[in-house]
Design a protein around this ligand. Sequence first.
Ligand code: PLP
Ligand code: ZN
Length: 426
Amino acid sequence: MNQSGAQTRAPEHLDTLRCRICHTVTAAGPYHVCEECFGPLEVVYDLEGLRGTLTREKIAGRPTDLWRYRELLPTAEEPSRGKGVGWTPLLPAPRLGNALGIQDLWIKVDSSNHPTQSFKDRVVAVALQRAKEFGINVVGCASTGNLANSVAAQAATAGLSAWIFIPEDLEEEKIIATGVHGVRLVRIKGVYDDVNRLCAEVADRFDWGIVNVNLRAYYAEGSKTMGFEIAEQLGWTIPANIVAPMAGGSLITKLRKAFKELAAVGLVREGPEPRFFGAQATGCAPIISALESGADRITPIREPVTIARSLAIGNPADGTFAVATMRETGGWGTAVSDPEIVEGMRLLATLEGVFTETAGGVAVASAAKLSKEGRIAKQGPTVLCITGNGLKTKEAARSTFELGESIEPRLSEVERLADSAAQQRL
Ligand SMILES: *Cc1c(COP(=O)(O)O)cnc(C)c1O
Ligand SMILES: [Zn+2]
């Protein structure tokens, strides 16, 4: 553990991790399972102690990145990693809202996150900061694409070696956007769950920080910053409904934790929680299946088949917590087909000017379906989490428009096109 570089002593709460199942407390470190019950571990905070000291004014005076909420993140030092990550736009989306039948619709646009255009930049920033505090010099991840991009980019910024494990048939855009950062890219013959299992063994064998395996408790905390920002950008209020795409189920679970913590420290008024709505693709919907069937366990999907590759996790680590999040808050969830996903991407691009990847299409299409079914409450703001960028899954958008003819560079040619466009409008 790196004590030498620390300017301040670690706040006491960062000395421990707590099991999310049996609540046993263990010493903090790059460990991901409880020694008593093998349950997942979680960071705990002294929320009472932050009441009155972590104020809206203090936060407002800080740089616009995710470290403006540092007291609610697992960092013992003045953070030096993950600069410029987060603080993405929260925009009103009235045209999309009109199409979906949702009043007061907003989009949280993580497709423009720094440095790799997805919400994964948040979790990596926090994991790599904590890795520094633990003295870890080699990092890595098991990834469906976006995590690979972000670990590669942020490891480059920090001057760290990175080992990135991905399924061999990942989208080319995501492979290129990883490899360009000069990392060790290891392509695995198998699906994501094979990659993840291998990484659990890698984390045991080497002294590496695998961000979503042995650093997962810290990684997961990064997701909360999306919720903190939504509340701050809504003038320190909490939305009525949130729609989030689900892969491992971590984001939706941590958004809930974020709003609870804000209420506990007094940054937002105590009141009803938002209703959480989870979204998956029908080709890989283990969390939605459990929600709909009332099961209390997740039945893993062996071979996911969907264009939403970034959500294609057949055995979601936080699946049961995600189900609880939707059930306990009065929300719900749904799964959408590949054509519906493409239509969701098209709607967001044509109505709000945001080109999202397939996972964003899942969120939009699911919101449309849930709205039609009358599941989304009419009162109050609804926030759609747009978690990734369309340039990373370009193929999926190819069918949304016609390429049109190519013409000679002559005005008469444009006149001809304008005439026929006018004809078609008649
Ligand atoms: C990882 C990811 C998610 C959600 O991931 P969880 O594992 O559920 O936290 C959503 N959208 C995109 C684009 C992602 O890459
Ligand atoms: Zn336990």
